[in-house]
Design a protein around this ligand. Structure first.
Ligand code: HGY
Ligand code: MN
Ligand code: MN
Length: 398
C-alpha cells in the first residue's frame, strides 16, 4: 500500500500511462466506449472501491464515486478519461487522478467533510467520436435530450444508442458545487510563473460541418475550366477561416477533412470539413462563422460546387461564479492564485451553465501545448494541484 499521497498519485498515473497509448506517436486514443476507454472506466471504479467510495452510474456511461459523509448539497469534483485522437496524457485524466488523490490527502489530514464529496467521470467530453462536445455532462445536466443524442453517429455510422443504454441520470441531483481540476491548455500560467490558476470564463465555441459537393471526374482528361472541384472550394474556405479569425483576433481551425472518393487520379465528388471556431464573445462567434460561410458560398458559386453547413456542436460563453472563483483563489501560501480565461471547453462549463456553482483549477503546463502528445505537466506541479484541490474541497466542505 502506498505510504504517501504522492506515491498514490504516481501509482495511479503509472496505471493509466500505457492504456490507449500509441507506440508510434506516444499520443492517446481513448475514444468513448472503445476498449482503452472502457479499461479506464473499470480502473476508475476499482480506485473508488479501494477508497470505499460508493459507485453510482447513470444510463449514459457517466460515473461518480461518492464519499458519503456529512449532509446537505454535495461537492463534486472530477473530469474526463476520454481523449482526442492522438491526445496528451493530462487532458482529463489529471483531473480524475487528482480528485482521487485529493480525497486521500484529506483523509491523511484527518479532515471529515461536513458535506458529501463525489468524484466524477463524464464520458465523451471531447466529442471525438460522436461529434458533440461534453456529451456525457450535457446528458447528465439535461443540456441535451437522450432522444436527440441517441442518433448521433460516429465515423463508422455507429449510433450512440447502439453503444450505451440511455435513459436518464440522477448523478447531479444532490450536487451543490462542482470543481474541475484540469491541465492548462496554454501558456498563461507558465508565463506568469504560477503553478495553479482558477478559471474566470470559457470562450464560446462551436464545431461546424462544411459539405462541399462537386463532380467526380478524370484528373487527366478533364479540362480545368470544365471541372466542379470541391477541393478548391474547401481550400479557399480554410484560407478564409484563417484570415477572418486573424482579422477579428479570434480562432478558427479546420483540423478534420474527409474526401470522397479520395483517389489520386480523380477530381473528388465531395469534400467534408469541420470548422472549430473559438471567440471571445457569442456575437464574435456568430459573425466569424457567418463571414466564413459567406465566403465559402461565394467561392462555391464560382467553382460550380454546392455547399451545406451544419452546426454540430455549439457551446455558449461561460462565466464562472466570480464569488466562487475569488473564494477558491484567495489566501494561499505564496498569494492568491491567478484567475484566468480559457478558450478550451470543459464539463465544468456545462455544469455551470446548468446552474451548478462551478470552479476550475488549472495546473501549469510548461509546454503550453495540448491535444497533442507534447502536452505536459511536471509531477511536482501535479502534486501541487492535488494539494490545491484538497484545500479547495476542504474550504467548500468546512
Ligand atoms: O475542445 C475543447 O475545447 C476541449 O478540449 N474539449
Ligand atoms: Mn480536450
Ligand atoms: Mn479536457
Amino acid at each position: 500500500m502506498e505510504s504517501t499521497v504522492p506515491d498514490a498519485f504516481e501509482r495511479m498515473w503509472a496505471d493509466l500511462a500505457p492504456v490507449g497509448r500509441s507506440a508510434v506517436s506516444g499520443g492517446y486514443f481513448r475514444q468513448p466506449f472503445d476498449a482503452a476507454e472502457r479499461e479506464l472506466a473499470v480502473w476508475f471504479e476499482e480506485q473508488c472501491g479501494a477508497r470505499g467510495l460508493r459507485v453510482e452510474r447513470d444510463d449514459f456511461g457517466n460515473v461518480v464515486g461518492w464519499w458519503d459523509v456529512g449532509s446537505g448539497p454535495a461537492v463534486l469534483t472530477g473530469s474526463h478519461l476520454d481523449s482526442v485522437l492522438d491526445g496528451g496524457a493530462y487532458d482529463g485524466p489529471l483531473g480524475v487522478v487528482s480528485a482521487l488523490a485529493a480525497i486521500d490527502l484529506l483523509r491523511s489530514r484527518g479532515v471529515v467533510p461536513s458535506r458529501p464529496v463525489g468524484v466524477s467521470v463524464f464520458v465523451e467530453e471531447e466529442g471525438s467520436r460522436f461529434g458533440l462536445a461534453c456529451l456525457g455532462s450535457r446528458l447528465a445536466a439535461g443540456a441535451v435530450s437522450w432522444e436527440s443524442a441517441r442518433s448521433l453517429r460516429d465515423r463508422d455510422g455507429v449510433a450512440l444508442g447502439d453503444v450505451v443504454a440511455g435513459g436518464s441520470s440522477a448523478l447531479l441531483s444532490s450536487v451543490g458545487t462542482f470543481v474541475e481540476l484540469h491541465v492548462e491548455q496554454g501558456r498563461d500560467l507558465v508565463d506568469r510563473g504560477a503553478a495553479i490558476g482558477v478559471a474566470s470564463e470559457i470562450w464560446p465555441h462551436g464545431r461546424y460541418r462544411f459539405d462541399f459537393g462537386g463532380a467526380a471526374n478524370h484528373a487527366g482528361t478533364t479540362r480545368m475550366e470544365d471541372r466542379r472541384d470541391p477541393m478548391l472550394t474547401y481550400a479557399m474556405t480554410a484560407l478564409a477561416a484563417n484570415k477572418q479569425a486573424r482579422l477579428a483576433g479570434q480562432r478558427a481551425t479546420f483540423g478534420r477533412v474527409a474526401v470522397e472518393p479520395n483517389g489520386t487520379n480523380a477530381v473528388p465528388s465531395r469534400v467534408t470539413a469541420w470548422l472549430d471556431a473559438r471567440c471571445s464573445t457569442d456575437e464574435a462567434l456568430t459573425s466569424l462563422v457567418e463571414a466564413v460561410t459567406t465566403q465559402a458560398a461565394d467561392r462555391a458559386g464560382r467553382d460550380g460546387t454546392s455547399l451545406d453547413v451544419v452546426a454540430e456542436s455549439v457551446s455558449g460563453a461561460v462565466t464562472f461564479s466570480p464569488d466562487l472563483a475569488a473564494a477558491v483563489a484567495a489566501d494561499h501560501e505564496g498569494g492568491d492564485w491567478p484567475i484566468i480565461p480559457t478558450a478550451a471547453g470543459h464539463d465544468a462549463g456545462i455544469l455551470s451553465s446548468a446552474g451548478i456553482p462551478t470552479a476550475m483549477l488549472f495546473v501549469r503546463n510548461p509546454t503550453g501545448v495540448s491535444h497533442s502528445p507534447e502536452e505536459h505537466a511536471s509531477t511536482p506541479d501535479c502534486l501541487v494541484g492535488v494539494s490545491a484541490l484538497a484545500d479547495t474541497l476542504e474550504r467548500l466542505t468546512r
